[in-house]
Ligand binder design. Structure first.
Ligand code: AR6
Length: 181
């Protein structure tokens, strides 16, 4: 599913983010930036030890929730990994929506700063961190659209949401159709 927000584009695909050839791959990291499970484990396995070495030397204090930091992508078919720390879902009244929005906004800003033409996101916070899928999809897609609208003067950027399973893809596709209606 591909949508134009001139000059930018948003694509939803089902797949494994570690197989995407893009300039930047976003990781769903933890605040310590330690190697975890889920997409984080997959990115470190595929990217190799260069990523965690760079984290340990440049970001020894980790990264606050809602923020993101950039490293090399090691052996991944990308130039950068942006490690974004999504919120743990605690019922929705602990600032979770704004923190999740912030992850997408900061990563898109990093993409423009690093002159990226393409960036791939997983569905941040929707696995181990327990964020309800439909709410996460609404927040993610609405924030991407907002950043696109505010960045019409930037060079074209392709944003690829890489959804791991059919249920996640379907949820994002449903929400995107509603947003566009
Ligand atoms: N490609 C794309 N998406 C994936 C992949 C993959 N290879 N593998 C899993 N997903 P999660 P979180 C999906 O749990 O909820 C880690 O331990 C997955 O199906 O990876 O933000 C970190 O270190 C789900 O839809 O991230 C943190 O401690 C989405 O990616 C914690 O988990 C996010 O699930 C972060 O939890």
């Amino acid at each position: 599913m591909l949508v134009e927000f001139a000059p930018h584009r948003l694509q939803l695909v089902q797949g494994d983010i570690t197989r995407q050839s893009v300039d930047a791959i976003v990781n769903a990291a933890n605040a310590q930036l330690q190697i975890g499970g889920g997409v984080d484990g997959a990115i470190h396995r595929a990217g190799g030890p260069a990523i965690i070495r760079e984290i340990e030397s440049r970001y020894p204090d980790g990264c606050p929730t809602g923020q993101a930091v950039a490293t090399t992508a090691g052996n991944l078919p990308a130039k950068y990994v942006f490690h974004a720390v999504g919120p743990v879902w605690r019922g929705g009244h602990q600032g979770e929506p704004e923190l999740l929005r912030s992850c997408y906004r900061v990563c898109l800003q990093l993409a423009f700063q690093h002159s990226c033409q393409s960036i791939a996101f997983p569905a941040i916070s929707t696995g181990i961190y327990g964020y309800p899928l439909d709410l996460a999809a609404e927040t993610a897609l609405d924030e991407i659209r907002k950043v696109f609208q505010a960045s019409a003067d930037q060079p074209p950027l392709e944003v690829r949401m890489v959804l791991f399973d059919a249920g996640t893809f379907a949820a994002f596709a449903r929400v995107l159709e509603t947003l566009l209606a």
